[in-house]
Design a protein around this ligand. Structure first.
Ligand code: NAD
Length: 352
């Protein structure tokens, strides 16, 4: 597999058990003496443990990272960073915490070290989504790309089983859509295939034995490949639809991705079957959407949007919102086609 271990886009990427304890050498390489450690309220213990390992080089903690990176939280965090004269940011957590680090970096130029604890992949992209006044907007800026990523398998080993599964499918969604991206190259396709393979091979072992650190590391390599490819090509139906469902119906990010993915891929496989062949090959069989649905079911993923709290009556509105801002997709998106896709995803049916 063609995994870059040291540097891509100027980012230093390392994998290894216990790597979080190497944080001081990374900070000293950055010339940082006053690191601000970031986390969500749910991961304060991890953040405290990291701050203790950082010792004198840690100048503070900000533990209010929030899903969808609300601008008011970012402004508070920026104020805190300036008040303690932080000279670097260390984000330990999932996409929400890493998003906060990126949002502070955008406003202050501070260098970031990302220590991911989910498979979302935000650490590997120059993309930042921020929410203000209930609207989530996405930007791409090299300034938000963390300088260093430390993938420590022990940190994903603490992910609750349900989140392990949804987060992995969230990562696989980046790779699956990269396979048919309009701006794909041979190199992005190779990365996407590597990412999918890493999950297909490592993930069943992780589900069977959550503490298997070798399998965890393999899936983290998958998360890096999937995240990197997300930063390199444009996404289509799957990501746009999940954005609508998350933004307008407040559905949880990773779970929504996990449920919608087989349906979006089945829809697009009708238009570009040959580009999605790797999905069928890697998952050992069937149509690409069906293969993903079978894989998700076997791994214990949630299968129905109705279980996330969206009502059947909302599906017409979701279709209408999702059609409002047209975007490129490998197969034309029709109202009927989208409504049928949502119905199947809502009910937990196999893709149509
Ligand atoms: P998250 O960061 O919101 O985490 C969900 C919950 O799980 C939080 O409470 C968190 O503290 C907890 N958690 C995380 N890791 C844990 C662990 N190892 N053990 C125990 N608890 C843990 O979830 P996410 O799915 O990683 O990130 C979602 C956010 O990331 C969304 O806002 C999404 O838009 C964004 N995202 C951005 C990009 C990008 O490139 N900009 C890419 C992917 C996701």
């Amino acid at each position: 597999m063609a995994f870059g271990i040291t540097s891509i886009n100027g980012q230093k990427v390392r994998f290894g058990v216990g790597l979080r304890n190497d944080i001081c050498s990374e900070l000293s390489e950055l010339g940082s003496e006053k690191a601000l450690v970031l986390s969500t309220p749910q991961q304060v213990d991890m953040a405290m443990e990291l701050a203790t390992a950082i010792g004198d080089r840690a100048s503070g903690l900000f533990t209010r990272a929030t899903m969808h990176t609300p601008v008011d939280v970012t402004e508070e965090a920026v104020e805190h960073a300036l008040s303690i004269q932080a000279d670097s940011l260390v984000s330990i957590g999932g996409g929400s915490t890493i998003g906060l680090g990126k949002a502070i970096a955008l406003r202050t130029g501070l260098p970031q070290i990302a220590i991911p604890t989910t498979y979302a992949g935000s650490e590997a992209t120059p993309i930042l989504g921020q929410t203000e006044g209930g609207v989530k907007k996405t930007l791409t800026d090299a300034k938000v790309l963390p300088r260093v990523i430390l993938y420590d398998p022990e940190l994903v080993a603490t992910l609750p089983p349900a989140m392990t599964v949804t987060s992995a499918l969230n990562a696989m969604a980046h790779a699956a859509e990269a396979l048919y991206a309009k701006d794909r190259t041979d190199q992005t396709t190779e990365l996407a295939v590597d990412g999918l393979k890493a999950f297909a091979e490592g993930f069943p072992n992780v589900v069977e034995n959550p503490g298997d650190l070798k399998a965890r590391e393999e899936t983290q390599r998958g998360a890096w490949a999937c995240g990197t490819v997300l930063g390199q090509v444009g996404m289509a139906l799957h990501h746009k639809l999940c954005h609508t469902l998350g933004g307008s119906f407040n559905l949880p990010h990773a779970e929504t991705h996990a449920i919608v993915l087989p349906h979006a891929i089945a829809y697009n496989a009708v238009g570009v079957p040959e580009l999605l062949t790797p999905v069928s090959q890697i998952l050992d069989g069937g149509e690409p959407g069906q293969a993903l649905w079978d894989f998700a079911k076997k791994m214990g993923a949630p299968m129905a949007l109705k279980d996330l709290g969206i009502s059947e009556a909302d599906l017409d509105r979701a279709t209408e919102i999702a059609l409002r801002n047209p975007y490129w997709n490998p197969r034309p998106i029709t109202a009927d086609g989208l409504r049928a896709l949502l119905q199947n995803a809502w009910a937990g049916n196999a893709p149509g």
